[in-house]
Design a protein. Structure first.
Length: 228
């Protein structure tokens, strides 16, 4: 009888433990990750899952990490909550690790070239930070200078090597009886005949032929080309 009672108690205890395991959730599935660095001594580092996709987010759990370190100039360093995997910079070859990932952010990097060879991924409830890229500033406008003398003689500099894009044209008008005129694709501007002084135009040049002249003598014009 004693042996039967002990057996029954063991079965009951196993049932209780099994019930606790279900209540706590099933164990995280084991997966495989592949780290790769320095193929052909290139400045490339990556971490991919078993399907070959770049790792950006993973479920918590235990993973097999296979690191292919191809170069004596680089190494593979993975760090994050509970994980620190580092290959030697002079060493090469394949190494297999078993790692357990928990909620948080993880980072992989080549320690010799950390500024350019790096990556990150999130695990569980963690998310990668959102990074905004600053807009590329517009190229500075090319500066041109123009003039109208008291006698009506006009000039514009430079007129060679101009490319399409923004320009500023600063005009010094010294004539009370004439003005400066600029025309071409998308532009037809002139200073007033009675105007004297300095004025600046901000214009957008297009590929094509432009011409400048005095207002009173538009046929006596000077042509120049703007490239694409």
């Amino acid at each position: 009888m004693g042996a039967k009672l002990l057996a029954a108690a063991a079965v009951a205890a196993a049932g209780i433990l099994l019930g606790l395991g279900v209540a706590g959730g099933s164990p995280a599935a084991t997966g495989q990750l592949v780290g790769d660095v320095g193929l052909g001594d290139s400045f490339q580092i990556s971490l991919k899952d078993s399907s070959g996709a770049a790792v950006k987010h993973l479920d918590p759990g235990t993973y097999t990490l296979v690191v292919h370190d191809h170069s004596a100039e680089h190494n593979f360093d993975l760090s994050g909550p509970g994980v620190s995997v580092i290959t030697d910079i002079p060493g090469t070859g394949d190494t297999t690790y078993t790692i357990t990932l928990t909620d948080g952010l993880y980072f992989f990097v080549c320690d010799a070239h950390a500024a350019q060879m790096k990556g990150e991924f999130a695990v569980g409830t963690a998310t990668l930070p959102t990074r905004t890229t600053a807009p590329t500033p517009a190229p500075a406008a090319t500066k041109l200078t123009a003039a109208v003398s008291a006698s009506g003689k006009v000039s514009l500099r430079p007129t060679g090597g101009l490319s399409a894009g923004r320009v500023t044209v600063t005009i010094s008008d010294g004539s009370r009886t004439d003005g400066f005129r600029l025309s071409g694709p998308g532009i037809a501007r002139a200073t007033g005949i009675a105007f004297t002084g300095r004025v600046t135009w901000t214009l957008a040049l297009r590929p094509g032929t432009y011409a400048f002249s005095s207002v009173r003598h538009p046929k006596a014009k000077h042509a120049f080309r703007v490239s694409a």
